[in-house]
Structures are given as structure tokens and as C-alpha cells.
Ligand binder design. Structure first.
Ligand SMILES: Nc1ncnc2c1ncn2[C@@H]1O[C@H](COP(=O)(O)OP(=O)(O)OP(=O)(O)O)[C@@H](O)[C@H]1O
Ligand SMILES: [Mg+2]
Length: 505
């Protein structure tokens, strides 16, 4: 089937006082890979949700192969073979990969013959650019694997126009290149039209053929890629006079200070009863960033969950300030331990609660915000407004539900909450997931500030560039263990990559 041409014509969409889209027109030409660029909150996700009928535009239309449509529901776009991989994962955690794929089909038979479904799924999977065992439970997949599953699902469902909302945020550069070159191959074969939201210029220049830049709900440029330099795209995204935060100079750590955080021989089971963390040992000193590089799915997620008290510690010991750390909220408060895990909207936010309440999670029951069991709403609101300003969170107000914020702005809220205290130990996992380059620079500079003020920072990141930029020391996690460690001064990208690739996943 030939891929469709899809055109957004004069789309407008407001949420209360927020003009998310103002008269937006974009032409996605058939059989092309079209990138959408724009800072956090520019309106990219809103645009593609309107294309798919997930949101209804206030005015304008979507023209598919020349015929105008009102996308009143996702069913309408699906019938036109249009599909979307959302910024937030949609696969059902407690089901297997196969169940998620087969049950997503519209032509589902009344009685499902699972063994024949799984056989046909395996042969479909064999022809795919990347493989995932159909029998695995989704909850056991790391972010990168879930992302691949979401793309595979769209192809399995026979979609010929696919929207990818930041498809590579948690993939390693090698995985991202692999995924995108396979997507590009499908496009070049003439079987697919793709709209891809991304924050990475490299992905635009290497893989996209057309690019549209959005700012504050409007299209500021739409061109073929070859004529566009990175510098020009940056100016279009952020305006002429935008400046980037630069990292503060690293203060020298005091010599001979004891470890602030130690993890010794940590073992933990994964969701499938497999040994996800298999004897990991590491230590971090005050004024130090230990960056853990690694391909997703090598136990990073489970190790962070152990630390957060969300997963059982099967064996081993964690100490903070040389005292055994039992992973309770009380200890976290007392010792100044803060945490940022993956997928913050799912894991550490309450979608329906306001930005202010989400910002207050850490402190609402502590003085001065609460006395004699009474919560001081005025003070919490003041705190919220200060943090919103300091972290430049784009939200209509402190009272807006956090679930309405753009992906990058949710991330800012969580970071604001976690970084604005007296931090002694900070554990981060992919802290710049989904952030535009400005916001990422902001956040990275805040991480270095926290380090300079004396915190021990443990940074898990699948973005090797980020690890190299922020770390004082670098380790590689593979198959549940720390397999390599090097001082940042002597770090060699190639050597680190070699240890990362040692994984069998
Ligand atoms: N359901 C909603 N309710 C209220 N406001 C919304 C909703 N969805 C989006 N918005 C607002 O619309 C604006 C555009 O958001 P959108 O999610 O489209 O941005 P984005 O370009 O995808 O950003 P990011 O790069 O951070 O994902 C933001 O100000 C956001 O807060
Ligand atoms: Mg978005």
C-alpha cells in the first residue's frame, strides 16, 4: 500500500488560556521522513495529537491524500492507517509483548489461537529491524525496549503513516542510529510516511528529509533538511538572542573524604524472577558525580528501584554516610537523599494533582510547611511559584494539573522538587529525557551546582555524551554488574562503548 500524504491545514487548539496551536499548517509529503522541532511546550505533541484525533482541533482540518477530514477520534485516523507512538509508553505492563500486540489489533478473532498467533508474530518479528521476545512481560522491559515495542506495534497494525514522539530519548546513540536507519529504510522503500518529533539535531540532519520548526504554537519554518544548518535551526527554535547555560567549573573535592554512598554486592531480582542486579558494587564521594553508562536493560532500572525502596534487596548492603541505609522515606528526609527515576509522570507524579501539590510532595508534612499536623497551603503555594519561576516551568498556573504539562515541563517540575533542597545524595536516571537542548543545559548545570555544593551524585544515563560531560568518574553497568570504571580524565569513548556493548541484551 502506498504511504499517504497527510497535511495539517490551519489547525488551532487552545487549552483555556493557553494557545497550544495557532493556525498551524504542515505538509507531510508521502514517503518522506519529516522532523518536527521546537522547544519544550512549543506545541509539537498537541499538533500530532490533533492529526490523530486524540485531541480535537478548535478549527482547521487534516487532509489525507487530498481529502479533508475532521479527526474527531483516534478511530478515524486509524481507519486511514495512521498511527502514533506516544511520548509516554502505552503498552500494558502486566501483559506480555505478544498479548499487547495481538490485542491491539482491530480484526481480532472472537477466539484467539495463541500458539498460531505467536508463531505468526515470530515470523513478523524476524523481518523487523529489532527483536523483542514475544513472551516477555512488558513490565520487565527497559525504556529502550518499550520504545522499540511501540514502533513494532504500529508496523504490526499495518500503519503507513506513523508519528514518533521523541523515539530515541532513552536509546544509546548506537541503538538510536539503528532504530532510525531502519525507520528510514522503510520510508525509502516507499512503504511509510513518518512524522518524527525530536530534540536532537543530529537525528534531523542524519535521518529526516523535511523539517518543520515550531515556536510558541506557531510554525516558524518548514523546509527540506539539506539546506538547514544546526545553527539556523537553533535560532529558529529559540529565537535570535538565546543563550545556553554553561556548566559551572567543578570545585575540587576535599582530599580523603569518606564515601557518602556505598552499594556493596547488590543483588535484586527482576520482574521475571531473573537476576537483574547481580552483585553491583559502587561508591560515590561528596563533590563527585559517578556516571553509570550502559545500554538500557542491564539492571540500571532495578538498581535504582532498590535504592528507592521500591524493589526488594535480595543481597548486599547500602550505606549512606557509613550508616546502613534501609530505604525509608524518613531516612531519605533525614539524610538529604533525592531521586529522579525514569518516566516521572508515571512513577513519581500524580497526574490529576496540581503542579503545586506535586512540587510539595517532599515537604508538605515538614516544618515550616506543616505545624501540628496542619498544612500551610499559602506557604506551599509560595514555594511552588518560586520553583516554577526558577526552573522556568511552562504552566498556566501552579494549580494546573501536572498531567496537562508538556513532557519537558513535567521533567522540570520533578527536578525542581528534587534539587531545591539540601541535597547530600542525589540519584538520577536519564535526567534529561525529553528535554530540549536549552532545558537539558539548564538541568545539567543545576546538577553540577548540586555536586559543587557537596552532594554525592550517582547518575545513570543511557546518553553517553551526558555521562562524559557531567561525570568525575565513569563506570559501565552490564548484565547487572559494574564491569568497568575509569576516571573521567582518562575516559575513552571507544573503550567505554566496548564495555557497554558487552551486553547480550
Ligand atoms: N491536555 C492539556 N491541557 C492543558 N494544557 C495542555 C494540554 N496539553 C498540552 N497543553 C499545553 O499546550 C502547550 C503545548 O504543549 P505540547 O505538549 O504540545 O508541547 P511539546 O512541544 O510537545 O513540548 P515537549 O517538548 O516538552 O514535549 C503547553 O503549554 C502545554 O502545557
Ligand atoms: Mg511533547
Amino acid at each position: 500500500m502506498a504511504p499517504p500524504s497527510v497535511e495539517a491545514r490551519n489547525l488551532t487548539k487552545s487549552f483555556g488560556s493557553v494557545h497550544a496551536l495557532s493556525d498551524v499548517s504542515v505538509n507531510f509529503r508521502p514517503g518522506r521522513l519529516h522532523a518536527l522541532l521546537g522547544e519544550n511546550g512549543a506545541g509539537k505533541s498537541t499538533l500530532v495529537k490533533c492529526l490523530m484525533g486524540y485531541y480535537q482541533a478548535d478549527s482547521g482540518e487534516v487532509v489525507v491524500n487530498g481529502s479533508p477530514h475532521q479527526m474527531r477520534s483516534p478511530q478515524i485516523s486509524q481507519a486511514l492507517h495512521m498511527g502514533m507512538v506516544y511520548q509516554h509508553f502505552t503498552a500494558v505492563d502486566r501483559m506480555t509483548v505478544a498479548e499487547n500486540l495481538v490485542l491491539g489489533r482491530a480484526d481480532l478473532p472472537f477466539v484467539i489461537d495463541w500458539s498460531s498467533e505467536i508463531n505468526s508474530l515470530r515470523s513478523f518479528m524476524a523481518g523487523m529491524p529489532f527483536q523483542i521476545d514475544p513472551q516477555r512481560r512488558v513490565s520487565s522491559l527497559a525504556a529502550g525496549e518499550k520504545q522499540k515495542l511501540e514502533i513494532i506495534k504500529q508496523l504490526y497494525l499495518g500503519r503507513t503513516f506513523i508519528v514518533l514522539d521523541e523515539p530515541t530519548s532513552v536509546l544509546t546513540p548506537a541503538e538510536a542510529d539503528q532504530v532510525l536507519s531502519e525507520v528510514r529504510r522503510l520510508v525509502d522503500e516507499g512503504s511509510l510516511t513518518v512524522a518524527m518529533i525530536t530534540h536532537k539535531f543530529r537525528e534531523v540532519t542524519n535521518f529526516a528529509q523535511d523539517v518543520t520548526v515550531m515556536r510558541a504554537g506557531k510554525v516558524v519554518a518548514s523546509t527540506e533538511v539539506n539546506s538547514d544548518s544546526e545553527a539556523r535551526l537553533t535560532k529558529l527554535m529559540f529565537g535570535e538572542n538565546s543563550t545556553f547555560m554553561t556548566l559551572a567549573k567543578r570545585s575540587d573535592p576535599p582530599i580523603g573524604s569518606p564515601n557518602a554512598l556505598m552499594m556493596t554486592n547488590i543483588h535484586a531480582l527482576g520482574d521475571r524472577g531473573d537476576e537483574a542486579v547481580a552483585g553491583a558494587t559502587l561508591s560515590v564521594k561528596p563533590h563527585e558525580v559517578l556516571g553509570i553508562a550502559g545500554v538500557s536493560g542491564n539492571g540500571q532500572k532495578q538498581l535504582v528501584e532498590v535504592f528507592a525502596g521500591q524493589r526488594e534487596l535480595a543481597e548486599g548492603e547500602i550505606t549512606v554516610d557509613s550508616e546502613v541505609y534501609r530505604r525509608t522515606r524518613k531516612e531519605m528526609q533525614k539524610k538529604g537523599i533525592f531521586l529522579l527515576t525514569e518516566e516521572p509522570l508515571q512513577n513519581v507524579c500524580v497526574r490529576s494533582m496540581s503542579v503545586a501539590d506535586n512540587l510539595a510532595f517532599r515537604v508538605f508534612d515538614l516544618t515550616p510547611f506543616a505545624r501540628f499536623g496542619l498544612i500551610n497551603r499559602k506557604m506551599l503555594e509560595k514555594l511552588a511559584n518560586e520553583l516554577i519561576a526558577k526552573y522556568r516551568v511552562k504552566t498556566p498556573s501552579a494549580d494546573a494539573p501536572i498531567g496537562n504539562l508538556s513532557g519537558g515541563n513535567v521533567q522540570r517540575v520533578v527536578l525542581a522538587r528534587e534539587l531545591s533542597h539540601n541535597v547530600q545524595v542525589l540519584v538520577l536516571q536519564n535526567p534529561c529525557f525529553g528535554l530540549d537542548s536549552h532545558s537539558a543545559a539548564d538541568i545539567r548545570s543545576k546538577i553540577i551546582d548540586v555536586r559543587n555544593s557537596g552532594a554525592a551524585v550517582l547518575l545513570f544515563s543511557e546518553d553517553l555524551d551526558e555521562v562524559l560531560e557531567l561525570s568525575d568518574r565513569i563506570a559501565v553497568m552490564s548484565e547487572g554488574k559494574i564491569v568497568y570504571e575509569v576516571d573521567a580524565k582518562n575516559a575513552d569513548r571507544y573503550e567505554i562503548g566496548r564495555h557497554m556493548a558487552h551486553s547480550t541484551h
